[in-house]
Design a protein. Structure first.
Length: 391
């Protein structure tokens, strides 16, 4: 198949989709795409037959992750403006400190008397020593709680309108270590100063709302999955030519876009269509990875049809985001759904055409095998015929 044929087919589809999106009229879009793709696939099959015949004559047997943001609560509603214990911590600190000083002075006086030989004062010295320790406890606790409140206010100034923030930034605000700040935040969550907050101790992030935390976990899982798929893809792509590797990586980007679009678009029926689309396209590139020789045949095809698929899914999401779904929007969405059906059929035909050469080669090998077996007298019936001819 000539390059001009690919260019013309791709240009026709691209123009049809661009016009549909620009004018908001998706009528007959599916039929138009289907006609062009079917003509193109038929031409591909015709070209494949010619290449098979040429190969037969030569007897050539050589045979690819946010900031997550909570969509609900505002940041100001997610934490306490006036945390508990502000007044009581000050009173505990002041009263405890005063009593500690008073009892401490008394303890020192009795200690001096005891050291001077006044052993009867030993009981008084012990008594005021105990009172000094008792008074010191609330003083220390009040001081510690008050310092925590001051750090909390610094955290809030750093958070501002964010719903997630790196804990390292908060640690820099207070001059404390990352581990200290993490434990400090966990204690504040236990005190309910942060009403819905979560701490990811692995990545050291503070997430203020439940909704944002779920989005964060989802984004984190997606990132991990992308990294895993990228590593697996890199391992599978080792040994391929740079051109073939580039084609497969480009295809995998489109596959990810189809998957992500499916996650964002509601509706089980359309989701099933996108699942099918993702599977078929992924299978096409698995064939390319296993048989790099077909990569050159798919380059132009994928550069036109997959971008068209991406554009249609983006248009569908835009329509789906409209607050009021009128008749025109509903009709346009149905047309895009039908276009996806057409693309599914087209990609399945394409996948089948990729195996056509392989099936033909296998049939040829089987035919040759039968001939050789018959010549060697190993095929059923051949031995009897050979015996009769000897008689």
């Amino acid at each position: 198949m000539s390059e001009n044929r690919w260019d013309n087919a791709g240009q026709q589809i691209r123009d049809a989709v661009d016009d549909a999106i620009y004018y908001g009229d998706f009528t007959n879009l599916s039929r138009s795409i289907g006609n062009v793709i079917n003509d193109t696939i038929d031409t591909v099959k015709g070209g494949s037959r010619e290449k098979r015949q040429s190969r037969t004559s030569r007897q050539d047997a050589s045979g690819q992750a946010h900031s997550a943001s909570g969509a609900g609560d505002s940041p100001a509603s997610l934490y306490e403006r006036q945390p508990d214990g502000q007044v009581s911590s000050v009173l505990m600190c002041v009263i405890g400190s005063v009593l500690t000083v008073v009892f401490g002075i008394c303890f020192i006086v009795f200690l001096i008397v005891v050291l001077a030989g006044g052993f009867p004062a030993l009981a008084g010295m012990i008594f005021f020593a105990v009172l000094t320790v008792i008074a010191l406890v609330p003083a220390v606790r009040g001081s510690f709680h008050w310092r925590r409140i001051r750090r909390y206010r610094r955290y809030l100034r750093a958070i501002r309108q964010s719903v997630n923030i790196p804990i390292r930034e908060l640690a820099e605000r207070t001059g404390k270590s990352l581990e200290y700040t993490t434990n400090d935040l966990l204690r504040m969550i236990d005190l309910h100063w942060f009403r819905q907050a979560h701490v990811d101790e692995e990545t050291h992030y503070l997430i203020l709302s439940d909704a944002a935390y779920q989005d964060y976990l989802s984004a984190k899982r997606d990132y991990t999955d992308r990294e895993r798929r990228a590593a697996e893809s890199q391992k599978k792509n080792d040994g391929l030519s740079p051109e073939c590797r580039s084609l497969i990586e480009k295809g995998e980007e489109y596959i990810r876009h189809i998957h992500e679009s499916n996650e964002r678009i509601p509706g089980e029926e359309f989701s099933a269509k996108l699942d099918q689309l993702e599977r078929v396209v992924a299978r096409i590139f698995e064939v390319v990875r296993a048989h790099p020789e077909v990569a050159s045949d798919l380059d132009k095809l994928m550069s036109y049809y997959l971008p068209t698929t991406k554009k249609l899914l983006d248009a569908y999401q835009e329509l789906d985001r409209q607050p009021v779904a009128g008749q025109n929007i509903a009709s346009s969405k149905r047309e895009i759904e039908e276009a996806v059906d057409t693309l599914n059929q087209a990609f399945e035909k394409l996948l089948d055409s990729l195996f056509e050469d392989r099936v033909w080669d296998i049939s040829s090998d089987i035919s040759v095998l039968h001939t050789v077996l018959a010549q060697d007298g190993l095929k059923e019936g051949a031995f009897e015929k050979k015996t009769e001819s000897n008689h």
